[in-house]
Every structure is written in structure tokens, then in C-alpha cells.
Design a protein around this ligand. Sequence first.
Ligand SMILES: Cc1cc2nc3c(=O)[nH]c(=O)nc-3n(C[C@H](O)[C@H](O)[C@H](O)COP(=O)(O)O)c2cc1C
Length: 220
Amino acid sequence: MELDQAVLGRRSIRAFLPDAIPRDKIQKIVELARWAPSWGNTQPWEIVVADGEKTRSLAKEFVDAATKGATPRSDILMPVEFPELHKKRYIGLGRDLLTFLGIARDDAEGRRQHYLNMYTFFGASAVVYLVIDGRLNEPYSCLDLGSIGTTICYAAVQEGLGTIYLAAAMHYPNIVKKVLDIPEDKKVVIGIAMGVPHPDAPASLFRSNREPVDNILRFA
Ligand SMILES: Cc1cc2nc3c(=O)[nH]c(=O)nc-3n(C[C@H](O)[C@H](O)[C@H](O)COP(=O)(O)O)c2cc1C
């Protein structure tokens, strides 16, 4: 597969088929992605994959926690405030996505269900968790995790699989650590849901937009 096919072929998938992914496929994806760059070649990533029954247990516990109103408590700092420009893009994404999904602004139940769907990883059969040693310097390690995480997403395209980075998948790190047997002193940084994209559900067909290159590129 050509690089541009992998880059342009990737988009966040929000509806998956229940089909299991063979573990050797995930192994192959990580085999390739581990060549991603990292600071001083520290390779701070530890990759823990939930699949099969583990994914179902995670989803059940996440939905239970969210339904009971448990406050998300991520292991890493989450963005709260955005400068106006970024806020506009963030709000624009939510508006475009919900419109595409046919969820009206005043459809509180539809919105609630959409947010709960994040906690079931949109039906993905696997979640690839990126974990770091709790003693590592967080912002820098997160750069490294972004590096391998996105490479995982491109490698998945090459294997015919879909992915979505999910902050929601690390809202309750205590549950992730318990179900996946991750020691308390590690930090669960992000989860990437992975699976077979639903062929025709709107949530797997939505495409976000991008700024024109002139708005983000400047030769000094
Ligand atoms: C770190 C990170 C966390 C994300 N968390 C979520 C999430 O919790 N829920 C969700 O629907 N999308 C999530 N996304 C997906 C973004 O919304 C998506 O990448 C962005 O809108 C661009 O769209 P694209 O990935 O389809 O190109 C996340 C993306 C990143 C990089």
C-alpha cells in the first residue's frame, strides 16, 4: 500500500462490526508500528490489547460507571479550556458529526446514547491501550505515544482494519487497570479502538474536515 493511501484511508471509525481480529494481525501491526520515532529512542510505550471477553468486560464496566455518573479521572491531564480558534474547530466537529448521524441539537437521548457508545468503543472488538511507566515525564512521553499510536492507525489501514483514538477509553483508568491487569503505578495514556469498520453505518462513513494548507503552513 502506498503511504498516501494509508494516510488518506484512515479516518476515525465510530461503528464497527463485531468480528474478532486475529491476534497475529494485531501483532503484525505492532511489529511495523514499533519503528515509530521516540525521544532518545526511549520507546516508552507499553501496549496492552483488550480483545474478546476483555473488551466486553471493559465496555460493561465503563457503561455502568458512566450511567452511575462516575466522574472521569484520567491518568493524564485532559484539555479543559481551548483558545477560540481551537474551540471553534472542536465545536464544529461535534456539530458536523451529530448532524451526519441525524442526531438533532435538542435530541438529548440521542446525544446521551452517542456518548455512551464511546464507552462501548463503538462496538470495536479490540482496544489497543498505550501505557507508560508512571515515573516518565508525561508531556514528552505523550509525544512518543502519539508517534506510535498514529503509526498503529496507518498500519491497521494496511490490514483492512479501522481505528479511532478514544480519550473516552481512558476516562476510568482504574477499570482498565483492573480488567487488563495493569499495575497501579503505570499510566494509561490513551486507548485506540480497532476493528472491522461497519460497511455502511453513517458513523463509520463520516469524514472530518481539515484546514487548507495555507492556514497552517508558513515558510519563515
Ligand atoms: C488523543 C485523541 C483522543 C480522541 N478521543 C476521541 C473520543 O473520545 N471520542 C471520539 O469520538 N473521537 C475521539 N478522537 C477522534 C477525533 O475526534 C478525530 O481524530 C478528529 O475529529 C479528526 O477526525 P479523523 O480522525 O476522522 O481524521 C480522538 C482523537 C485523538 C487524537
